[in-house]
Design a protein around this ligand. Sequence first.
Ligand code: BG6
Length: 316
Amino acid sequence: MTEEISTSGNRSVEIIDGINGLQKVVLHQHHGSSVEVYLYGGHVTSWKNEQGEELLFMSNKATFTPPNPIRGGIPICFPHFSNVGSIELHGFARNRLWSVDNDPPPFPTNPTNRVFIDLIFKSTEDDLKTWPHSFEYRLRVSLGPVGDLLLTSRVRNTNTDGKPFSFTVAYKTYFSVSDISEIRVEGLETLDYLDNLQNRERFTEQGDAITFESEIDKVYLSTPTKIAIIDHEKKRTFVIRKDGLPDAGVWNPWDKKAKAMPDFGDDEYKHMLCVEAAAVEYPITLKLGEEWKGRQQLLVVHSSYCSGKLDPHIVC
Ligand SMILES: O=P(O)(O)OC[C@H]1O[C@@H](O)[C@H](O)[C@@H](O)[C@@H]1O
């Protein structure tokens, strides 16, 4: 089934059947970049540049079979990130069916030259039994004229009992990298982090860019609004720009954990890195009718990118 939502010039938004018949929305920009987002999980599963190269990692063993999460792309962790209380790891939003939101509340400015889709997720009767709060989670997925990917989340408290609720949230972004041992991440040096491999104890990072030689599972706290992932071999740098998401998870399972994961290839850890724009340290509390907004923009710049300067417009 194909449903064309809009076309303007060479830009288009279509809904088509994806893997296992799960519906996906495909956004195309006029110069050839594209994005795919599954209604299952509101999950961005593909982001391609003008040359058609995939920029996100997706495991060859990923199952697109509800109720399992999809291993790769950008799962949305909500109403909590990580393992808290009785709810499943990383919350239930990534394992539920979202809908197209045909009449979202307006944004302060209308995007020009962008293609986008609005999705909405509300909890099911079953979800209310484990997390008894009504909410509307709206997600706009938007592809820009230079191929940048912008995700905007808006969460509103719609609790009929008038009670506030608190949540944590993350865009668990799996970046595709040439070789993890050659990757550097800039923007997290000297920051405090919680180490999930050491009972979430708090430590302070050294002054150098982050490099990778073993398993990592950390949440960096109060991070800057820009983080760069530098991949020299691919001659490209991902720049994450974020708003409303002060923290950043960094995860790679490395060899032993990779082997233990049924939906992940033994060697795939070499070609992925999760950097997760998040609000974790201080949960967000919303009173009835209040709304929270958090944005992540992903850009790719060439490797002539200046080390130590997080401005993608500066080329050395
Ligand atoms: O296998 P999942 O549920 O997608 O989670 C994978 C990893 O996700 C990371 O974000 C967590 O910090 C890890 O602790 C976790 O193991």
